[in-house]
Design a protein around this ligand. Structure first.
Ligand code: NAD
Ligand code: TYD
Length: 353
């Protein structure tokens, strides 16, 4: 494996994956990171990587929906492995404006598959990162396995389900070597503060209201992002081609209890000025339409075949995540003010491929 094309590497999980691959794993090849730099993409996340690995890390600002650009990248960089993260990823945004979800998640994935198909002599793996949300919602009991039928409920999950089906079809029809993994909710460093955990951490740091949708009894299974990156790297190396794998965190919790855990952990780091418990900031707000009640992942297959298990408990993972946000307040303020976006405009407007 020499040239990995990572799409969406300036987003949350992609950033963590590139950092893991170059700084912690035994990977010795080159990473070509292709990212459109939407509001969720921040090249600043990887400035130190760019500086420390000039021969092994290349960044290209491009849209995966642009067939011409993607074809050129495959031609120019002898891509042998594709690790596809790029997506519109926030459920709330997909409810208000689904258009870009259809474009990027479905058409963008299709473009990548077409380019990979046209280079079948050199492509060893097309790895597609997907979500457990494609399986729909669970009641009180049960778990998602790799055999659970797809029943997506939001425009986001429907667009991810469509892309999963395309990836699978390219394996069945054209023999493209693929792997699809469906993971639960990730959290950790570099997550854009629109998703629950970073949003609650940042509001709680500032003593602002902590919005909890509906009755707060919705359940998610939280996966620390580094554990996810380790699983992806294991699967790239040893996963069965043509297979699907579930990746979960073993950390099922109701949203309200998670928000309380964040409040208490942050109170342990530093008290609010008025000395009140941050739990008093919790505010129940209007529910999300079509809100999935519960997700839970059975990752027995990944454990059995590759011996992978998550190492981080919710308590240790939340502690590390809060510490990261406390230690990186400049990053936070540039992301929140949108300052990183004016930087992107200045530096990339004329530097596109
Ligand atoms: P993110 O929103 O933080 O990052 C997405 C990245 O993709 C950004 O850098 C963005 O600029 C880039 N991008 C968007 N449209 C693009 C386009 N047309 N061309 C090129 N780049 C584009 O997302 P994330 O949380 O890092 O998620 C990564 C992947 O993991 C997604 O496919 C998502 O569906 C999946 N996933 C995420 C979670 C989670 O909890 N975050 C859980 C399960 C699955
Ligand atoms: P989110 O981080 O948006 O991930 P997803 O919708 O993909 O699971 O939301 C996680 C859970 O938290 C979900 O049940 C919705 C809920 N939520 C809130 O209660 N308040 C919020 O402000 C947000 C963003 C989410």
């Amino acid at each position: 494996m020499k040239n990995i094309l990572v799409t969406g590497g300036c987003g949350f999980i992609g950033t963590n994956f590139i950092r893991y691959l170059l700084k912690e794993s035994d990977f010795s090849g080159r990473i070509i990171n292709v990212d459109k730099l939407t509001y969720a993409g921040n090249p600043e996340n990887l400035f130190d990587v760019e500086r420390d690995f000039p021969e092994r890390y290349i960044f290209i600002k491009a849209d995966i929906c642009d067939r011409h650009d993607i074809k050129r990248i495959f031609d120019d960089y002898e891509i042998d492995t594709i690790c596809h993260f790029a997506a519109e990823s926030h459920v709330d945004r997909s409810i208000v404006r689904p258009d870009s979800f259809i474009q990027t998640n479905i058409v963008g994935t299709f473009n990548l598959l077409e380019s990979a198909k046209s280079k079948q002599d050199q492509v060893q793996l097309f790895y597609h990162i997907s979500t457990d949300e494609v399986f729909g919602s669970l009641g009180k009991d049960g778990v998602f396995t790799e055999e659970t039928p797809y029943r997506p409920n939001s425009p986001y999950s429907a667009s991810k389900a469509a892309s999963d089906h395309l990836v699978r079809a390219y394996y069945k029809t054209y023999g493209l070597p693929v792997i699809i993994s469906n993971c639960s909710n990730n959290y950790g460093p570099y997550q854009f503060p629109e998703k629950l955990i970073p949003l609650i951490i940042l509001n709680a740091m500032e003593g602002k209201a902590l919005p909890v949708y509906g009755d707060g009894r919705y359940v998610r299974d939280w996966l620390y992002v580094r554990d996810h990156c380790v699983a992806i790297w294991e699967l790239i190396q040893n996963g069965e081609r043509g297979s699907m794998y579930n990746i979960g965190g073993n950390n099922e919790v109701e949203n309200i209890n998670l928000v309380e855990l964040i409040c208490d952990t942050l109170d342990g780091f530093e008290k609010l000025k008025n000395n009140k418990s941050r739990r008093e900031l919790i505010t129940f707000v209007k529910d999300r339409p079509g809100h999935d009640r519960r997700y839970a992942i059975d990752f027995t297959k990944l454990k059995r075949e590759l011996g992978w298990i998550p190492t981080e408990s919710l308590e240790t993972g939340i502690h590390k995540t809060i510490k990261w946000y406390l230690d990186n307040q400049e990053w936070v303020s540039r992301v929140r003010s949108g300052e990183y976006q004016s930087w992107i405009r200045e530096h990339y407007d004329y530097a596109d491929i």
